[in-house]
Design a protein around this ligand. Structure first.
Ligand code: SAH
Length: 334
């Protein structure tokens, strides 16, 4: 009997399936490097940002210090160490909650961050004041892609490791993207849903959220889907489950969604400007003085985080806060 033809799979379903296998079965950090894995100063600065934010929120106790997609738990571990030293009252008031779907990564996080509570999604966080962190979380959530064809649109599906297109419902295509024939427009529904849920929650309970990720400041057409294996780009369609699939985060779109759901929004700001405003270089210099044998490696790592040609410009920071909260540090206020 002939084998049944495989059915085309919509790109977001393909990406969700591939990443679920990938994060459950591999050590992602052999394939790509994230800011907290580059330098301990990154997590420390974010920890101090959280401490100042907590004070601006009126020092509520208890307060949830949550992170979405914490990976190896490095950012949270570095943040907690800085918080314990610089802000012991905040350290005593905070409860760590992690949003993580990979059982394998949960085990890694458990070993580094004692006393953690885990969640599969944001909806189960308890009702309490919240400071939420997310670094390179939104870029791993599955996207849909639409292609401009003539007067209409098609949607991209995957079959047998190849692209195929099917007619799209015009209502599914994000509006306001200038697109010419053959141009691709992306839509990240889970990211939109996540940011909308955070913003709605910030209207019910005091708090703030900080998203750091890569993508342009303004919405643009273009195919940004990428797969990295062993730190090199590979074909995203043929590596299902053995490479990490990511896409650019549309910060302008997410900022608008957060506002529409009632949150106050700051940014997007570039990662370089944000970290520099919070004292990245001063902190690195202080650390380098206490560990002279590591001084040049520390400085190099800091430059990688902040230099425009490295991660300083492509990476952006977006902050949300409760409508009544004052402006948060590191980003132009509004
Ligand atoms: N923040 C970390 C890791 C980024 S990798 C760092 O900067 O190093 C993406 C993380 O998001 C992983 O921990 C992965 O397991 C998690 N993740 C991916 N999809 C998720 C989802 N739908 N819900 C919760 N966590 C998810």
């Amino acid at each position: 009997m002939a084998e049944a033809e495989p059915l085309p799979e919509r790109l977001d379903r393909f990406m969700a399936r591939a990443n679920a296998i990938y994060y459950a079965s591999r050590d992602p950090f052999a394939d790509f490097t994230t800011s907290p894995e580059i330098s301990q100063v990154f997590g420390e600065i974010i920890g101090l940002w959280a401490a100042v934010t907590w004070q601006l929120l009126g020092s509520p106790a208890p307060v949830l210090l949550a992170e979405a997609g914490p990976g190896r738990g490095t950012l949270m571990a570095d943040a907690l160490r800085a918080i314990q030293r610089a802000a012991p009252t905040f350290a005593a008031a905070l409860r760590v909650h992690l949003i993580e779907t990979s059982p394998r990564l949960r085990a890694v996080q458990a070993a580094r961050i004692p006393g953690t509570t885990w969640h599969d999604e944001i909806g189960t966080l308890p009702a309490a004041p919240l400071i939420l962190l997310a670094n390179e979380f939104l870029d791993a959530l599955p996207i849909r892609q639409f292609v401009r064809r003539g007067e209409g649109w098609t949607e991209r599906f995957v079959v047998g490791g190849e692209w195929t297109e099917q007619p799209a419902s015009p209502g599914d295509v994000p509006p306001n993207r200038a697109a010419g024939e053959g141009d691709i427009v992306e839509l990240n529904e889970p990211s939109r849903g996540f940011v909308a849920a955070v913003a709605a929650r910030l209207c019910r309970h005091p708090g703030a959220a900080l998203f750091l990720d890569y993508g342009p400041a303004r919405s643009a057409a273009g195919d940004s889907l990428q797969a990295l294996a062993d730190k090199r780009p590979v074909n995203p369609l043929t590596v299902a489950g053995s490479a990490d699939l990511t896409a650019h985060v549309d910060f302008a779109d997410l900022g608008a969604i957060a506002k529409a759901h009632g949150a106050a929004v700051q940014g997007p700001e570039t990662q370089g400007a944000f970290l520099s405003a919070l004292g990245l270089f001063q902190r690195t210099e202080r650390l380098a003085r206490s560990q002279p044998e590591k001084a040049s490696a520390l400085m190099q790592a800091t430059r990688r985080l902040a230099d425009p040609e490295a991660m300083g410009e492509l990476f952006k920071v977006l902050a949300l806060r409760s409508p009544a909260a004052p402006a948060l540090p590191g980003l132009a206020g509004c």
